[in-house]
Design a protein around this ligand. Structure first.
Ligand code: ASP
Length: 346
């Protein structure tokens, strides 16, 4: 499914956000859930747009927007992240600046509240591009980034999904993380609190819930950022595409900025984000055509699923996904906010 971006007016700034792609059908969400996701997408797009309207950088807009999503238990990033098979939250994030091709990424973070801010610190304050695990959290402390107890990221909803996945795989169910709060967050439980909707747990697992933002600022620079908990019941230190520059995130002022969500292994194999930008740069495809080529054709042919959001320096915006839904929103200078979930949303 794809929705053509609009480039007519050459907006001064533009921003597109996603909250994960997957099997998301109208019948799966109650009206309250539908509303909660739309409101979250709208809020985040508006916050990012405010930064850009004030003349702020694409990187500032992306970081501000993703920090909100990382705090929102509805999404699989920061608080509300999915669990590993060992019952831990291991968070991945990356960011890229299209003006300089500088990039920063972290994988397997467990105590840093906002992995997107850590990815940005890696980019701006370290000589490296990617840090992992305890070392990444240690670097976060040197940068004064907020640290939390790992139990901060816990939600019952994701724990239920973990238990289900482990049972299906015949794996043991680990103890809950120490210090998990007794009363789970109301909004985090939205998906399940309404009786019959507990039955939709299987569907919920097929929604990836990663978050990402791409932006064009009034200086003409594009940037991209992505943040995730990865996939439910991941094992052996598995890392997906989200912190891999060129796979889940890419930005270049010569072409475009992309953030992805979906079955990460396929996005890595296709270097999805870079591939889209390469089609724009070397083949001269429109942003939407490049996005569709990679998602609807290449990704689908390989057997992967998910989607991307993208923006180009000339103001083109695009999204493309081969799943039944993707939480998403876009807004640009002189263009209204558009929010969507399902394939047939505008
Ligand atoms: N792409 C992410 C990963 O494979 C998952 C997601 O998009 O939700 O880690």
């Amino acid at each position: 499914m794809s929705v053509a971006g609009t480039a007519e007016a050459r907006p001064k700034w533009a921003l597109v956000v996603h909250g994960g792609a997957g099997v998301i059908e109208r019948a799966d969400l109650t009206p309250e859930q539908d509303k909660a996701y739309r409101e979250a997408m709208a809020k985040v797009a508006t916050v990012g747009a405010e930064v850009l309207k004030r003349g702020g950088s694409a990187l500032d807009a992306i970081e501000a927007a993703i920090r909100i999503l990382e705090d929102d238990p509805l999404f699989n990033s920061g608080r509300g992240a999915v669990f590993t098979a060992e019952g831990r939250n291991e968070l991945d994030s990356s960011v890229m600046d299209g003006a300089t091709l500088k990039a920063g990424a972290v994988a397997g973070v467990t105590t840093t509240r906002h992995p997107i801010s850590l990815a940005r610190a890696v980019m701006e304050k370290s000589p490296h591009v990617m840090l992992m695990g305890a070392g990444a959290d240690a670097f976060a402390r040197t940068q004064g980034l907020e640290q939390v107890d790992p139990s901060y990221f816990f939600t019952q909803r994701r724990w239920d999904a973990l238990e289900k996945a482990l049972k299906e795989q015949g794996l043991p169910i680990p103890a809950k993380p120490a210090g998990v709060p007794e009363k789970a967050d109301q909004r985090a439980e939205l998906q399940f609190d309404e009786g019959g909707h507990r039955a939709n747990l299987a569907q919920v697992e097929k929604k990836y819930g990663t978050v990402g933002v791409v932006a064009l600022d009034s200086q003409g620079n594009v940037a991209a950022g992505t943040s995730t908990g990865g996939t439910t019941a991941k094992r052996w230190g598995r890392v997906g595409d989200s912190p891999i520059i060129g796979a889940g995130t890419y930005a270049s002022n010569k072409s475009c900025a992309v953030s992805a969500t979906g079955t990460g292994e396929y996005f890595i194999r296709l270097t999805v984000a870079r591939e889209i930008c390469a089609l724009v740069e070397y083949r001269g495809l429109s942003l939407q055509a490049a996005a569709d080529q990679v998602i609807q054709k290449e990704l689908t042919a390989l057997g992967g699923d998910g989607g991307i959001i993208a923006v180009a320096p000339d103001g083109q915006m695009a999204w493309s996904f081969n799943t039944s839904g993707m939480y998403r929103a876009r807004i640009a200078d002189g263009q209204p906010l558009t929010v969507g979930i399902y394939k047939d949303d505008p």
